[in-house]
Write a protein that binds this ligand. Sequence first.
Ligand code: ZN
Ligand code: ZN
Length: 453
Amino acid sequence: MTLKCAVSLVCAAVTWACSSASAYAMSEDARIAKAVQAIDPQVRAWRHDFHQHPELSNREVRTSKKVAEVLQGLGLEVRTGIAKHGVVALLRAGKPGPTIAYRADMDATIGPELNDLPFRSTSTDSYLGQQISVSHLCGHDAHTAMLLGIATVLTGMRDRLPGNVMFIFQPAEEAHVNPGEPFGAREMLKENVFELFGKEYAPAAIFGLHVLPREAGTITFRAKTLLGSSENVLVKLTPAQAAVRGHDLTHEAAPADPVIAMAKMALALEDLPKLEQESFAPPPHIRIGDIKTAFDFRTGGMTLDMNIDIAVFDKNVEQKVHDWVTGTVQSIATQSGVAANIRSEQYAPVLYNDPDLVKQLRPAVVRAIGEKNIVEQYYFFPAADDVALFQSRIPGIFMFLGVNKPGLKTGETASNHTPKFFVNEDTFQAGMRAMTTVGLDYLNLHSKAAKTE
Ligand SMILES: [Zn+2]
Ligand SMILES: [Zn+2]
């Protein structure tokens, strides 16, 4: 567009093309804004309903039923029961073009809500044998409601959409904090989520949004790393050699001590070798926790279990850090005469926003919410989101929508996963406009018509 308009200084025909294209874009933006405004009361009502009926990871029965009903009501093709309670819908476009996907997560969190809201959650459930409170303390109720709103808006434009739209309502994003639960994005990928409607409708790009306690109506829209990875390395240490039964304390055949080996490992893991990282990325976090020892009847010595949490902020060093951690544990175990059983479980890789997409689609966000509401700089905090798995398969952009009360800045309100986490619904229109405009711009830029121009 910029290039064409530069040429238009000397070419009247192209000038006309440029101005008519931008007039079209403006009117389409205005139409989106109007449609978003019209659906906003319904989106709030959906959110109140989800908020009042929160469901834990892998138990999103009521939520997914409601989501499927709304999508079917729009006339979309809907698949249910994906990764237990996931719902995926396809909007087939009126004009040929690529397919894009949007993702929203649906599950709630363990913990009570202390906000004084008429639709406050008072739900309880049983988890690992305990009665617990369940609430939407991460805002997934808002994500689900907004994506239903976006589906409504895009369905209203289906005749002039230059490509198809897949809506992915994902279960079990919070599963990593609940031991033993399958992870939603990973399970959906195992079920081939992107090809549910056939290879020809596999999405070429994916977009998602998360609410955060930041200035109201702002959108964090940046290239490269948005959140760190999350990997859990489970280590079991056992004495390599059985103890000599009945040995006295001076006897040299006492089994090697996994606790001493663990202490050496903890010190060694402090010493991460220098990594060549992107300049923005903080050093990886490597943290040992959940240490448990037990007497082992087989060897007559102690066994030790521990978890090593790894968070990395540059995808280029993700594998290196994993190899270094497991290699360090293995070699210290060998030197210390203990056997190490190492099992690694990755919840999410680095959440990476495709730089080319960010560059292409930034103008869409500017038109949707205004330049001053875009946040580019970012501080990292120890959190991960399994949308990163989707974005590791196809290019995508994940954004943060600031949902503070007006006038409150980042750091001045309760964060996600705390009892007073609050979502300002007056920000929903900004979130829906940004997501819709980004998706529509992608389709316009990548449709066959655009490619053959
Ligand atoms: Zn969360
Ligand atoms: Zn979340």
